[in-house]
Write a protein that binds this ligand. Structure first.
Ligand SMILES: [Zn+2]
Length: 224
């Protein structure tokens, strides 16, 4: 008798869903989601179960009932633990991590000149080239920076004035060919932003920085 009933167990079973994204996930052989993998394994070993898609909210009675039951399950159902997808977890971690980073950045003591121009952090690159980074951060072959790390006895340029990025961009007689107009103190930030967003100014800044790097002996000659 068992032989007669067995084939009926394998009559095709159709499961209808209006979620195309769920079906696409199940169709994806590379999915890493554990629930998807589990469903795929089940479907492979139970070939009589067929999944089908149908349009939502057009009045298919069974589908509307399923929707209704799903809504009730949210309020009346028992809690059900489902592993959360990776992208969701990533976004959950990213936001507090960014806010801790932002807090450290706002209240830090170093990199203040960079903070002035990039106050809001993000994980997208600012798009500055090497020379622009050296200029904005002050971490370049300037006497001011070398002195800070005790690589020189003083922070003067060979011309006698303090050798920091602003000096070379606006005042020093060795870098006359690449000078920018000296900004007033209150407009310095806007001045810097303008340079970094204007292609001609960026080229000039790059040439200035290359000159400082190449002619470093001339500029940072240590007379002491
Ligand atoms: Zn100078």
């Amino acid at each position: 008798m068992a032989n007669e009933t067995a084939p009926s167990l394998h009559r095709p079973i159709k499961i209808w869903t209006d979620s195309l994204s769920n079906l696409m996930a199940i169709l994806n052989p590379k999915s890493h989601h554990s629930v998807v993998r589990e469903i795929q394994t089940l479907l492979l070993s139970h070939k009589h179960i067929h999944l089908r898609w149908l349009k939502a909210h057009v009045g298919y009675l069974g589908n509307e009932c399923a929707d209704q039951l799903a809504k009730e399950a949210i309020t009346k159902g028992d809690p059900f633990l489902l592993p959360k997808p990776l992208p969701y977890l990533k976004s959950e971690i990213k936001s507090p991590a960014l806010s801790i980073w932002q807090d450290n950045w706002d209240n830090g003591e170093t990199g203040r000149s960079t903070h002035d121009i990039v106050p809001r952090l993000s994980n997208k690159p600012v798009g500055w080239n090497r020379e622009e980074i050296m200029f904005v951060t002050g971490h370049g072959p300037y006497p001011s920076n070398l002195h800070r790390f005790n690589l020189r006895t003083h922070d003067n340029c060979s011309c006698g004035e303090k050798g920091d990025p602003m000096h070379y961009a606006t005042k020093c007689r060795f870098t006359l060919s690449w000078h920018f107009q000296t900004p007033t103190v209150s407009l310095k930030l806007q001045w810097l932003k303008n340079i970094l967003t204007n292609n001609l100014s960026r080229t000039r800044l790059r040439l200035l920085m290359r000159f400082i790097c190449d002619e470093n002996n001339l500029i940072v000659e240590d007379n002491n």
